[in-house]
Design a protein around this ligand. Structure first.
Ligand SMILES: Nc1ncnc2c1ncn2[C@@H]1O[C@H](COP(=O)(O)OP(=O)(O)O)[C@@H](O)[C@H]1O
Ligand SMILES: CC(C)(COP(=O)(O)O)[C@@H](O)C(=O)NCCC(=O)O
Ligand SMILES: [K+]
Length: 246
């Protein structure tokens, strides 16, 4: 996909540990999204303004590239080693859905990142994502099979009677229980405000967290990090071209 003309066309890119995601923007409007395996050699568009957030190890493109930095994100109490994707998603969540907010990003790693009503980082947690949990069982045992990522919307039976289903059951039921526990704890302090799911497993987790006494303000937005990059670009442009109050 590329731009057919359009003066304010530009590309946002998130270089994750499993996927590289491109968001094609016209100004602040997201007009298209593409997703590539992070390990695949990428041919980046020529002569396109690119704003990118690097979290994984995918080589950066050359040319009109603006790497977003943590200090570009106007949230308080961010710690220096915080993942750029976490800060960008949190900022976008607060702007688009309101503060306080909790973002659950189900990526290679699954992260929980929360901000209070003033947009200050409260803190978060990091654990292996669904795919990583299955891969680690395969890689560190003699007999367990590789259980590939499966978009099957149905939950596996909890008390499984074959090995692949037992692996799926162990991973998904503990993860869903753990997320419900984290959300309940978050709600002890922040009764209001959205809880957002994003990331490659975000939609699947959202569909299963939604049932069974779902949180009234649970949402799913797969593009949070891309929105965060768009906000960074907008701030930088405003700083370079301050609005002239007549
Ligand atoms: N097409 C896919 N191929 C592999 N994993 C996928 C795919 N779609 C969703 N997933 C799930 O999403 C996870 C990766 O999420 P993603 O947000 O793409 O990762 P990251 O942001 O870390 O690059 C994988 O661990 C897997 O569970
Ligand atoms: C935890 C992450 C690896 C998640 O990245 P992803 O799974 O999306 O590729 C990334 O946010 C990261 O490298 N964080 C640095 C450590 C921290 O956030 O405290
Ligand atoms: K991510």
């Amino acid at each position: 996909m590329s731009f057919e003309g359009g003066t304010d066309g530009w590309l946002a890119a998130v270089l994750g540990n499993t996927h590289v995601r491109w968001g094609w923007f016209q100004g602040q409007t997201l007009v298209g999204v593409e997703c590539f395996p992070a390990q695949q050699g990428l041919s980046w568009p020529e002569d396109t303004e690119i704003w990118l957030a690097q979290v994984g190890s995918t080589p950066l493109p050359t040319g009109l590239v603006h790497p977003v930095q943590l200090q570009d994100i106007p949230l308080q109490k961010l710690y220096p080693s915080l993942g750029l994707d976490r800060a960008l998603a949190l900022w976008a969540a607060g702007i688009h859905y309101g503060w306080p907010c909790l973002v659950i990003d189900a990526g290679t790693a699954l992260t929980l990142t929360g901000a209070d009503g003033a947009g200050s980082l409260v803190g978060g947690a990091i654990l292996p994502g669904l795919g990583l949990q299955a891969r680690s069982l395969r890689e560190h045992t003699a007999r367990l099979p590789q259980v590939d990522w499966d978009p099957d919307p149905a939950l596996p039976p909890r008390w499984a009677n074959d090995t692949p289903t037992a692996i799926r059951s162990g991973i998904v039921y503990t993860l869903l229980a753990g997320l419900r526990d984290f959300i309940a704890d978050w709600r002890q302090t922040f009764a209001k405000g959205p809880v957002l799911l994003t990331g490659g497993d975000g939609e699947w987790l959202y569909s299963h967290l939604q049932n069974r006494a779902a949180d009234p303000n649970l949402r799913w937005d797969p593009h949070l990090v891309l929105w965060g990059i768009a906000q960074c670009r907008r701030l930088k442009h405003l700083a370079r071209n301050p609005l002239r109050i007549k």
